[in-house]
Design a protein around this ligand. Structure first.
Ligand code: BMA
Length: 307
């Protein structure tokens, strides 16, 4: 099974006349809320620092973009950019997980960073525009690709995160305190002949189905090609992988996926389900934004029976 690319792709391009999004727009989050699609996307402009922009759409295809970013670097720990947003609505509040790319070793003592500073941060908002910083899921290590589950599991909040090269889970009572003893690995790269043999990481928030959590993820191989795959995890204990078909569901093929700032990349932070369709939004070549879709039923069927 392969996702179907939308004919209007790429949906969003950089804006050469806008200093903060002149070069690249990519890796968007999209949620469907109150009848509208809301996108938060990573943008790079003249200073090469990533900021998060916002756009809204009635159909998920045509977007109205705010002319200023909604999240920008503020501190040493995100001075080199705020990257790869993933928004989830939880109990009436919007939470965005994003990667803070900080000034090398330095940083505020309470967020001690070693070796380059990549922090898996959480911020919250009531209106998708004004964001309040909460804190990181883990400190003192390179960690990213974190996204919250859309509901509690066993009474606790849960998030995927990535301890290279594996996907992990973490639990928390308040989204502020994440203890080491509440973290566990879920799955890692497969052996050498596979497309996901170097590292793996979560895409958008997992989709709850009766059969388990449908999880879309990205995988990288030894040639640094980024592809997307899918697996099914146990509802009560998502560290149990029920099915993980071998074939990817999207791989770089179009010119704007094969070329860009970084070649051979499809990278997704969003898979909202609207009606019976899964909308997979993704960055192509770390340069533009595309959309590929499939029906939820087809995706489930592939995860059940696919090879
Ligand atoms: C990952 C992240 C993504 C990016 C991808 C490909 O490590 O930094 O933001 O899209 O690499 O360059």
């Amino acid at each position: 099974m392969k996702l179907k690319r939308h004919p209007a792709n790429p949906l969003l391009l950089p804006i050469p006349t806008s200093s903060w999004e002149a070069y690249h727009v990519f890796n968007p989050s999209v949620i469907y809320h109150n009848g509208l699609f809301h996108m938060h996307y990573r943008a790079q402009g003249l200073d090469w620092i990533s900021r998060i922009g916002y756009a809204v759409s009635a159909d998920g295809i045509h977007w109205n973009r705010l002319r200023q970013p909604v999240l920008s670097p503020q501190d040493d720990f995100d001075a080199r950019g705020v990257e790869d947003p993933r928004v989830v609505e939880l109990e009436g509040v919007f939470y965005m997980t994003y990667t803070a790319y900080g000034k090398s070793v330095l940083g505020p003592p309470e967020i001690a960073i070693r070796g380059g500073g990549i922090l898996p941060m959480i911020v919250r908002s009531q209106n998708l525009i004004v964001w309040e910083r909460m804190g990181p899921i883990v400190r003192g290590e390179h960690n990213k690709d974190h996204v919250l589950f859309p509901e509690r599991i066993g009474g606790r909040f849960a998030a995927f995160h990535r301890r290279q090269p594996d996907v992990w889970i973490a639990y928390s009572d308040d989204l502020l305190t994440w203890r080491e003893e509440d973290m566990a690995p879920i799955f890692g790269p497969r052996p050498l002949s596979h497309w996901d043999n170097l590292k793996v990481g979560a895409n958008g928030a997992p989709i709850r189905t009766e059969e388990g959590w449908l999880m879309l993820y990205h995988g990288v191989d030894e040639d640094k090609v980024y592809r997307l795959g899918v697996c099914l995890l146990d509802l009560e204990d998502p560290t149990k992988v029920i099915r993980r078909p071998r074939q990817p569901i999207l791989e770089p093929k179009e010119l704007w996926e094969l070329r860009g700032d970084v070649p051979n990349v499809v990278f997704s932070c969003a898979n909202p389900v609207v009606g019976d369709q899964v909308y997979v939004y993704y960055g192509g070549g770390d340069h533009v934004i595309g959309l590929a879709t499939c029906s939820l039923e087809d995706l489930l069927d592939f995860v059940r029976h696919g090879s």
